[in-house]
Write a new protein. Structure first.
Length: 194
C-alpha cells in the first residue's frame, strides 16, 4: 500500500470506530474525537444509542447488533456472545448467517457515508468479523459499490493483526497529537496505510 494518502481504518467490535488519513495526515479534529462515525444516525427507526441518538451506525452494524439480530430470530439464545455467533455460522446455522449478513449490509451502508465524506482509496477493516471475512466481504463490497455520488468505491482490505492494528493507529494519533507542527512530517504512519 505504498503512497496511499487517503485511507480509513474501520474497527468493528461492540461499537464502530474509524481512523481517517486524509492527504497523508491523520485527522483528529479540534477535540480529538474525529472519526466517531459510529454515532452518526443511519437508521431513522433504530434503537437508542448510548450517545443519546437513535439509530446510530454502531446500533445496526456492531457485533452487539449482529447478536441482537440472531436473538430476534432465535429468542431462546439470550446470553450468546459474538464469538459463539461466529461459531454457529461456521457450523452452518442459517439464522446465524442471516444475522451476520444483516450486520454486513449495515457495515456497507455506513461505509458509503464514509466514502462520500472522505473518498478514501482504501478502507482497512479490523475486528472479529474477519474470521468469516470471505463469506461477508462481498456483501459489504456490494453495499459500498452502490455509491451515493459518482466516483470509485474505496478498496476494502482486511487487517488480520487484530488489536495490533488498532494499537498502531492509536499510537500514531497520540504521536501526532503531541508533536509540534515541525515534527509532524516525521511521524510513522501505520504500515497498513503505507
Amino acid at each position: 500500500m505504498n503512497n496511499v494518502r487517503n485511507a480509513a481504518l474501520l474497527t468493528v467490535s461492540e461499537g464502530i470506530g474509524v481512523g481517517i488519513l486524509a492527504n497523508g495526515e491523520l485527522i483528529t479534529g479540534h477535540d480529538g474525537t474525529a472519526g466517531e462515525f459510529g454515532h452518526i444516525p443511519l437508521a431513522s427507526q433504530g434503537l437508542l444509542c448510548g450517545c443519546g441518538q437513535v439509530g446510530c451506525w454502531e446500533t445496526v452494524a456492531s457485533n452487539s447488533a449482529a447478536v441482537r439480530y440472531y436473538t430476534e430470530l432465535v429468542p431462546v439464545s439470550n446470553g450468546l456472545t459474538f464469538h459463539e455467533l461466529l461459531d454457529l455460522a461456521d457450523e452452518g446455522d442459517r439464522n446465524a448467517k442471516e444475522a451476520l449478513k444483516k450486520q454486513a449490509v449495515f457495515i456497507g451502508k455506513g461505509l458509503r457515508m464514509l466514502a462520500c465524506a472522505f473518498s478514501p482509496e482504501v478502507v482497512l477493516v479490523v475486528g472479529d468479523l474477519l474470521t468469516v471475512w470471505d463469506s461477508y466481504a462481498p456483501i459489504i463490497e456490494k453495499e459500498l459499490a452502490n455509491p451515493l455520488l459518482p466516483g470509485t468505491a474505496p478498496r476494502l482490505q482486511p487487517t488480520f493483526e487484530g488489536g495490533l492494528a488498532r494499537l498502531r493507529g492509536a499510537a500514531a494519533i497520540l504521536l501526532q497529537r503531541h508533536s509540534s507542527l515541525h515534527y509532524r512530517s516525521h511521524i510513522s504512519i501505520p504500515s497498513e496505510w503505507r
